[in-house]
Design a protein. Structure first.
Length: 287
């Protein structure tokens, strides 16, 4: 599914804390000035720029540290290789832990209404969402003549892409997937992730390999919302987000940390790539 958002639809979902952090501003008066200026720009940009969301739900099972997915549009089986913590105290987590193992089938009877929570069916789930969001490329290219305005536009574009992901995820939880139909969270509560499930993004601590975007792109075709991938899997426009949606109530974020050569080699095998290529993708996570 593709959704186009007008700016006024997602502006309430902007997490201003990250906007201020990017400016390295701590003074409250300066924060108020920056926000007022930013909100004035957002009003001016209404109708000229948009944000976009793309997502699909897939039947999914865990096979070791892989998530095996099947979808209506892509009936062939695809694998999303994940990585497991190897340091610190157990349990040593992997995102595949939050998906039903391959030998378990959790089919909801057709005559039943959408469930409000999957927790009564199993401690794990047999479905995941895959998503990407982006803001118009013009927000990165239309302000080159003014360095300050260019910086402001790029930072606001980042916030709009994240806000689109927040609004899209709410829609999926409550209306599309339907596992949280009774959710009544305020936007501030959503921004501190009080909702059920998680939305791990590619490039973040539990899913650090940006080249996984190539795998996700095969499944949802990101160019439908104008996203192209660089040789390393980075997204253009820069103001783009991609990742997974998982419904398990007990699912939570974690930091992968450092991994050893044994897992690097196993990961390369599961990705079908040379070890040295994966070494470059995971350089920050290697001992």
């Amino acid at each position: 599914m593709i959704i186009t958002y007008d700016i006024h639809e997602i502006a309430p979902y902007i997490n201003w804390a990250y906007f201020f952090f990017a400016w390295q501003v701590r003074n409250e008066d300066e924060k108020a000035r920056l926000r007022q200026e930013a909100e004035t720009l957002l009003v001016q940009w209404e109708g000229r720029y948009h944000a976009y969301a793309l997502f699909e739900l897939f039947e999914a099972n865990a096979d070791g540290d892989d998530i095996v997915v099947r979808g209506e549009k892509t009936p062939q089986i695809r694998r999303i290789p994940c990585l497991r913590q190897q340091q610190g105290e157990p349990p040593y987590l992997c995102l595949s832990d939050f998906v039903s193992p391959q030998h378990v089938s959790l089919t909801i009877p057709e005559q039943s209404s959408p469930t409000r929570s999957l927790s009564h069916l199993s401690p794990l789930t047999s479905k995941i969402g895959i998503f990407a969001t982006s803001a118009d490329m013009g927000l990165e290219t239309d302000f080159d003549a003014d360095p300050y305005q260019k910086m402001m536009a790029q930072l606001l574009a980042d916030r709009l892409a994240e806000a689109a992901a927040e609004r899209m995820h709410e829609h999926v939880r409550k209306d599309i997937w339907g596992y949280a139909m009774d959710e009544h969270l305020t936007i501030p509560e959503m921004l501190v992730e009080k909702f059920q499930g998680i939305r791990p993004a590619v490039g973040y601590p539990s899913l650090p390999d940006t080249s996984l975007n190539f795998v996700l792109d095969e499944l949802i075709d990101m160019k439908q919302i104008g996203i192209r991938l660089t040789e390393s899997g980075a997204m253009k426009p820069h103001a783009s987000v991609s990742g997974l949606m998982m419904a398990l109530p007990q699912a939570h974020y974690f930091n992968l940390g450092k991994i050893g050569e044994d897992q690097l080699e196993d990961y390369a095998r599961r990705r079908g790539l040379p070890v040295e290529v994966c070494r470059k993708f995971l350089a920050a996570n290697l001992n």
